[in-house]
Ligand binder design. Structure first.
Ligand SMILES: CC(C)[C@H](C(=O)O)[C@@H](O)C(=O)O
Ligand code: SF4
Length: 775
């Protein structure tokens, strides 16, 4: 007889379970999404899909949009800003920003534009506004959505097709992840901050260590951290390969949320109910963990990266490692490649590495606490003469305003730093803030991939105080030598002056205008055509063709499609930019003959075989599968994949195959190298050589296979199950009433946005379904 007593659950299990709209026997889950953040880079194609299919945004009240990434969202002064159109002079960037502006108007979405002081990096403004709340599901077309997990939210990055799915249905089709616990105990040593914790953890577990898992960060060291410090840790959970990172909500969380515009009003009945619910969200005693990692705080030193992957880290007191420090052949090769790219010699003390530029910013470390900490290090000092440029880029307009109120801008400017406007800036260099080839940067961002901050640029990851120290010394430096007064991570939860700001940006009416939506929210300007990108995908059955072999570990999506190609508002035309930095000679359009896709017969590859693990790690950009597809590659074979990339490929009718049997993988790679064709037979789940002999079989989830073989549009499938979503929404309103509408709607005594009748689902062939399809 089944037991009535629930087995102990983890925090992740609890949040996941509270959002299940439907769970299938094969493990496929339709998950309700509470909060959706939207930005200009990953949304245009999603809105286009909605328009083409005549669909509306299901929950505008749960959607918040801003501009943050794109080129020429200048982080320079906006004093002369009148309109976005006039302000942004780079054509593609202007189009991308204006497309978002058109879309938020047409679909009635809350939007913080360039002229709004609350504009900023999505992962900074969500928490700042109280849009991110404990126990919620939060998604965004951006890999660092994991940041919001610091609140005990289940927050993860999605691709553009999934952005469209969430806009249309407020749900996602997913599966349960594994439970991973990273416990950090003890008191942090002087000079050590939360960035050092996460760099150290990734150094231990590797960039694929968390693949398929959600990490809960716990232990006394995590508990002692402020919310902002916890956000830096969860932010980089994705760099450890995890789907998400989480920290259980506690009193620190509640303190942080008090008075945030979109959180329930303090002391209201709703606030009390919410606090009770939030504080119950911790892992139960005896909960089952699939992976456990224990870390002692005293083993964590101020840490810096030396290579081109966030797992390539050493304590600042260490030396540059060499290939002999690694056992594994793939890792030895990766080390050689990284040393060459980084222009470093094994054995060099890290503190002897000279720096050209310093960047303090990004969604990892551009909050007020980060700026305060860095300011403490630079106060009264000057940046070293060899530093060509040192930049402070606050994470949001409100962070900037707060910092200015505290005089931090002056401290930085006096020391020789540039004081910029909010945005992603040099974190990925989609605007003019980039490194020149060979330049070395001390950066508080989260990715040190090849070319990440500019083609040929060399990135060293570190904490804000370490970056500040590097600026002063001119080399990678040990902050403890500059701050003998023993700097330790701040324990409080810094508050930004939200209320004062709100008064300044407008009255209650103004706020209501921005945040409220008409109760009968109608979608304007949305054509009702039934055809288009979202209405289905091409079928995948059997694929025969050449397979390009690549023996590289951790091929990230920045390498597959570099940032400069993310400015398109279309899905097509990216094939010529695929692997751009590897495919063409530096600074020219001339092909590099040594690159595999420039050789015969691989110019016509339909399959890509990578023997290294973690293919497609990093950014959520769906431009990566779009570029592969446009080139002609429909199937990628590798031992493991980055989670978001893996999902994104299926949404485009592509097949990523995990082949973990190394003998089979080697055999496939040999066939590929011999220039013979391979045949991938999805219905039979086998791969054959050109002579028709089976090389190996493969696993694929039943639901995904079903969709691929039949070319099914899963948005249509989900919409056909609308009654279940409505049922979940009713329960949500009753149990978690603070999640409907925005805080403003509630405050002004108005109910949640009315949910419109479902749209008529279509198949890929444009037929109207008479029976709901199984999703
Ligand atoms: C543009 C966006 C898709 C991307 C991400 O997903 O991470 C970016 O934020 C990044 O950091 O590379
Ligand atoms: S990682 Fe960088 S580019 Fe990506 S969201 Fe964060 S700040 Fe922006």
């Amino acid at each position: 007889m089944p037991s009535a007593v629930k087995p102990p659950q983890t925090l992740y299990d609890k949040v996941f379970e509270d959002h299940i709209v439907e769970e299938k026997e094969d493990g496929t889950v339709l998950l309700y999404i509470d909060r959706h953040l939207v930005h200009e880079v990953t949304s245009p194609q999603a809105f286009e899909g909605l328009r083409n299919a005549g669909r509306r945004v299901r929950r505008p009240d749960c959607t918040l949009a801003t501009v943050d990434h794109v080129r020429n969202i200048p982080t320079a002064s906006r004093k002369n800003l009148t309109t976005t159109e006039k302000f942004i002079d780079e054509a593609d960037s202007r189009t991308q920003c204006m497309t978002l502006e058109d879309n938020v108007k047409a679909f009635d979405l809350t939007y913080f534009g360039l002229d709004d002081k609350r504009q900023g990096i999505v992962h900074i403004i969500g928490p700042e506004q109280g849009f991110t709340l404990p126990g919620t599901t939060v998604v965004c077309g951006d890999s660092h959505t994991s940041t919001h997990g610091a609140f005990g939210a289940l927050a993860f990055g999605i691709g553009t097709s999934e952005v469209e799915h969430v806009l249309a249905t407020q749900t996602l089709i997913t599966r349960r992840s594994k439970n991973m616990k990273v416990q950090v105990d003890g008191e942090l040593l002087p000079g050590v901050s939360s960035k050092d914790i996460i760099l150290h953890v990734i150094g231990q577990i590797g960039t694929a260590g968390g693949t398929g898992a959600v990490i809960e960060f716990c232990g006394s060291a995590i508990r002692a951290l402020s919310m902002e410090a916890r956000m830096s840790i969860c932010n980089m959970a994705i760099e450890g390969g995890a789907r998400a990172g989480m920290v259980a909500p506690d009193q620190t969380t509640i303190e942080y949320l008090k008075g945030r515009p979109l959180a329930p009003k303090v002391d209201s009945a709703e606030w009390k109910k919410a606090c009770n619910y939030w504080l119950g969200l911790s892992s139960d005693e005896g909960a089952k963990w699939d992976i456990e990692v224990m870390i002692d705080s005293k083993d964590i030193a101020p840490t810096v990266s030396w290579g081109t992957s966030p797992q390539d880290v050493v304590p600042i007191t260490g030396v540059v490692p060499g290939p002999d420090d690694f056992q594994d052949e793939v890792k030895k090769e990766a080390c050689k490649r990284a040393l060459k790219y980084m222009g470093l010699t094994a054995g060099t003390p890290m503190q002897e590495v000279q720096v050209d530029k310093v960047f303090i910013g990004s969604c990892t470390n551009a909050r007020i606490e980060d700026l305060r900490a860095a300011a403490r290090i630079v106060e009264g000092k000057k940046i070293a003469s060899n530093i060509k440029r040192a930049m402070i880029v606050p994470g949001s307009g409100l962070v900037k305003k707060q910092a200015e109120a505290e005089g931090l801008d002056k401290i930085f400017s006096d020391a020789g730093f540039e004081w910029r406007e909010a945005g992603c800036s040099m974190c990925l260099g989609m605007n003019p803030d980039i490194l020149s080839p060979g330049e070395r940067c001390a950066s508080t961002s989260n990715r040190n991939f090849e070319g990440r901050q500019g083609a040929g640029g060399r990135t060293h990851l570190m904490s804000p105080v370490m970056a500040a120290a590097a600026a002063i010394v001119g080399n990678l430096a040990d902050v403890r030598k500059l701050a003998p007064q023993s700097y330790t991570a701040a324990k409080g939860s810094p508050k930004i002056e939200l209320d004062a700001h709100m008064e300044e940006v407008g009255s209650d009416d103004e706020i209501e205008r921005i945040m409220d939506l008409p109760a009968d929210s109608q979608m304007h300007a949305t054509p009702t055509s039934t055809k288009g990108a979202s209405a289905g995908m091409p079928k995948f059955e059997t694929l025969r063709g050449y397979a390009a072999p690549m023996d590289i570990a951790n091929i990230d999506t920045d390498a597959i499609i570099p940032k400069q190609f993310l400015k398109t508002i279309k899905r097509s035309g990216l094939g010529s930019a695929l692997f751009h930095a590897w495919r063409y000679e530096v600074g020219s359009d001339k092909e590099d003959a040594s690159f595999i896709l420039n050789q015969e017969p691989y110019r016509n590859s339909k399959i890509l075989i990578c023997t290294g693990p973690n293919f497609g790690c990093g950014s959520s950009r769906e431009h990566a599968p779009w570029a592969l597809l446009d080139f002609g590659i429909k199937c990628i074979i590798a031992p493991s994949f980055g989670d978001i990339f893996f999902n994104n490929t299926f949404k485009n009718g592509m097949l990523p195959l995990r082949i973990t049997d190394s003998a089979a993988l080697d055999k496939l790679s040999q066939i590929a190298k011999s220039g013979e064709e391979l045949e991938v037979d999805l219905p039979a789940q086998v791969i054959r050589a050109a002579d028709g002999k089976e090389v190996c079989s493969f696993d694929v989830e039943e639901f995904r296979k079903h969709c691929l073989v039949n070319g099914l549009d899963d948005i249509g499938l989900t919409m056909a199950n609308d009654d279940k979503i409505v049922e979940h929404e009713k329960k949500r309103t009753a149990v978690w009433p603070w999640l409907d509408g925005s805080g403003y709607l509630k405050r002004h005594g108005r109910g949640p946005v009315k949910i419109e009748a479902k749209a008529v689902p279509k198949t890929n062939r444009g037929e109207v379904l008479t029976e709901p399809l199984e999703w």
